[in-house]
Design a protein around this ligand. Structure first.
Ligand code: ATR
Length: 282
């Protein structure tokens, strides 16, 4: 008899993570004898928890808040994207070693691919793209944009110094980024082909995002990576004025694919069934 394949997500807290529901849906759908567990790990327990993975029969884990950055120093190999982003969200046990990667940039772009034509995506190289926020999510989004041809990225953040730090520390970004003051955020929408919100504004329990889309071209795509609620105020405004809108749930679903494939051997589908299964957990 073969052993059940084990994987999971480490976070602190971890109980609200949607990953067990997401991977659980795929395990059932592909009839894989596997488990995906929520593992509560305190920050100072991360090194120990990672070091025990192989002995405990884990194929690997996802990492969520607050472990993503600390893990970079705790695994044996770090892939190029994770090194650029400075954070790991996926760990694969390979023989006795731990391989760390970051699939957030992949998830971001693969989700957009589900909604935006290749022709529209090629506009990102010809026109400005506007990114709101300068936290960890913005690092992943900017990495994906750079890798997909964007060469005029407007960084808009409440704390301008943080946007400047992002531009300086993300390899390659400084050449292609303009820092825009938060007070000038409506002007930062002019001519843009894509607007991405990576801030927490508009999330349930957070302040609304106060942004008038009047200056955004009608053919621009608007992507909010917030997914609670699924249709944020930003997306509702964009939809009403006829912009293409992309919600944040798909990024979460797509970022999970590489881990599932590495641990369980199947590249799983992101489809409406999965969306509904995960939405039921919100
Ligand atoms: P993550 O790593 O998930 O991206 P984060 O690092 O906490 O999260 O970043 C949150 C983002 O939301 C930041 O860009 C933050 O702006 P600051 O860098 O100025 O803090 C932004 N944000 C949070 N609350 C905000 C508010 N009230 N107004 C404007 N931006 C806000």
């Amino acid at each position: 008899m073969t052993a059940t394949l084990r994987a999971g997500v480490m976070g602190w807290p971890v109980s609200h993570s949607l990953s067990p529901r997401l991977h659980g849906h795929w395990l059932a759908r592909y009839r894989i004898d596997g488990s995906y567990e929520a593992i509560a790990v305190e920050p100072d327990g991360l090194a120990g928890a990672l070091s025990r993975l192989a002995d405990e029969g884990f194929r690997g884990v996802n990492l969520t808040v607050p472990h993503k950055e600390a893990a970079v120093a705790l695994v044996d190999t770090v892939d190029e994207t994770a090194r650029r982003i400075g954070a790991i969200n996926t760990v694969v046990v390979e023989d006795e070693t731990l391989a760390g990667s970051n699939t957030d940039a992949f998830g971001f772009i693969e989700n957009l691919r589900d909604y935006v034509s290749e022709a529209a995506m090629s506009e990102w190289a010809a026109r400005p793209v506007t990114v709101l926020g300068a936290g960890g999510a913005a690092r992943a989004v900017c990495t994906a944009l750079l890798d997909n041809g964007a060469n005029d990225i407007r960084l808009v953040n409440r704390t301008a110094a943080r946007a400047a730090a992002l531009a300086e520390t993300l390899p390659g970004l400084a050449n292609y980024a303009t820092i825009c003051a938060w007070a000038d955020r409506t002007d930062a929408l002019r001519d843009a082909a894509l607007l991405v919100n990576t801030t927490v504004l508009g999330m349930t329990g957070q302040a609304p995002l106060d942004l008038d889309l009047e200056k955004l071209p009608g053919d621009a795509t608007v992507n909010d990576i917030v997914y609670v609620p699924l249709e944020t105020g930003l997306l509702a405004q964009a939809r009403r004025r006829g912009n293409r809108t992309v919600d944040g749930l798909g990024m979460l679903l797509h970022q999970a694919r590489p881990g599932f494939r590495a641990w369980f051997g199947v590249d799983p589908a992101v489809d409406e069934d999965l969306r509904q299964a995960v939405l039921a957990g919100l």
